[in-house]
Design a protein around this ligand. Structure first.
Ligand SMILES: [Zn+2]
Length: 273
């Protein structure tokens, strides 16, 4: 009954070759036995696993995973930024591909065109579709699918550059994930619901892709941990009250924070101490 979106950066194959450059000059592939500094090309005795100063030229070497082939590469700071952009492009391309496959895209577009008196933008159609889907999934108590609709909205907002609202939506997704959302297919029978509750925290899976998005959102918006917590608690409280979720916003924050800490990029664990 569970329906989980494959949204982790580890499962993205929709980006065309043009959008991700395969071989950046100066990037060193992990599959090669030797490692070289991306600045001075000097061979390194030990391949760094985190940000480190080159012992030969003194410049910082960054370690990043390249989206095109999921290979860890040694790069300059500028190349590291380029890789971040490639990840962004990848997520956008995924969102776009999902949109075109969505059933109901045509009717929603027509409906919007009539009410707006003009051609709606792709973003407007996405939002309209997601709103329709959310209402339906909510009525059917299909909370896994409901969660996916919020993810659609988050990705669409991100494409529009609305990082702040997108982050809130990603946090809603993470909060729902931590509650173990299930698809109840409209079941109303209390006996059945007791046996198969709409939310089961012991089934909870916090998607690495969502944790990544929350960490990215925090980075882009320059939020402190306290501000991030505040945003999460506010978003979670509303859902907690509306859907009577079993995991409290505070406990969910503890779990999300742990997942964020385990992920590189949070509190800059890339720097060797
Ligand atoms: Zn060097």
């Amino acid at each position: 009954m569970e329906f989980r979106e494959v949204d982790s950066p580890g499962h993205a194959h929709s980006l065309s070759a043009d959008e991700v450059r395969e071989d950046e000059p100066g990037m060193t592939n992990t599959r090669q036995s030797s490692a070289a500094c991306p600045h001075c090309q000097h061979p390194l005795e030990k391949r760094p696993s985190r940000k480190k100063k080159c012992p030969h030229c003194g410049q910082y070497i960054y370690v990043r995973t390249r989206p095109s082939d999921r290979t860890k590469v040694l790069v300059t700071e500028k190349q590291a930024e380029e890789i971040e952009h490639q990840w962004d492009a990848l997520h956008r391309a995924q969102a776009e591909a999902r949109l075109l496959e969505t059933p109901g895209y045509g009717p929603a577009k027509k409906h919007l065109k009539r009410s707006l008196g003009r051609d709606p933008t792709a973003h407007e159609v996405t939002q309209e579709l997601a709103r329709r889907e959310m209402a339906q999934h909510r009525a059917d108590k299909n909370w896994g699918l409901y969660r996916n609709s919020i993810l659609d909205i988050a990705q669409s907002l991100q494409t529009q550059g609305d990082e702040k609202t997108a982050l809130t939506a990603y946090m809603e997704v993470s909060y729902l994930d931590l509650n173990g959302p299930r698809n109840c297919c409209g079941v109303d029978d209390p006996v059945l619901l007791a046996e198969y509750p709409p939310f089961e925290p012991s089934d909870a899976i916090l998607s690495p892709g969502i944790v990544w998005e929350v960490a990215e959102g925090r980075r882009v918006l320059g939020l402190t941990e306290a501000q991030l917590r505040e945003t999460f608690i506010a978003a979670a409280r509303t859902l907690h009250a509306e859907l009577k979720l079993p995991v409290s916003p505070e406990n969910a924050w503890t779990l999300l924070k742990r997942a964020l800490s385990e992920r590189a990029g949070w509190a800059d664990p890339n720097v060797d101490s």
